[in-house]
Design a protein around this ligand. Structure first.
Ligand SMILES: [Zn+2]
Length: 89
């Protein structure tokens, strides 16, 4: 991944925020990436109701997708064991 210059947050000016170029580069490589806003740090995003709502929705969806992946990973070995047990009968 390419290195980018870090920029100050447009709202608080303190915490490092990501540039539009940096976000575009990350999104090109990571499909399931949070809806971060260029030039605004995550802390300020969570103080903005609209941005927070978007982030909360993404987090809820991410948890759902993660649970689905874990469930899928757990179900497959159980199916293998079931077939093995069936083979013993
Ligand atoms: Zn900020």
């Amino acid at each position: 991944m390419k290195k980018f210059e870090q920029m100050p947050c447009a709202r608080c000016g303190e915490v490092t925020a990501m540039s539009a170029e940096q976000l575009a580069s990350i999104r090109a490589e990571v499909s399931d990436f949070p809806p971060l806003v260029a030039g605004v740090c995550p802390r300020c995003m969570m103080k903005d109701p609209a941005m927070k709502a978007e982030m909360d929705a993404w987090i809820a969806g991410y948890k759902h997708r993660l649970v689905g992946k874990v469930r899928g990973a757990l179900v497959r070995p159980l199916e293998v064991i079931d077939r093995f047990v069936e083979g013993l009968k």
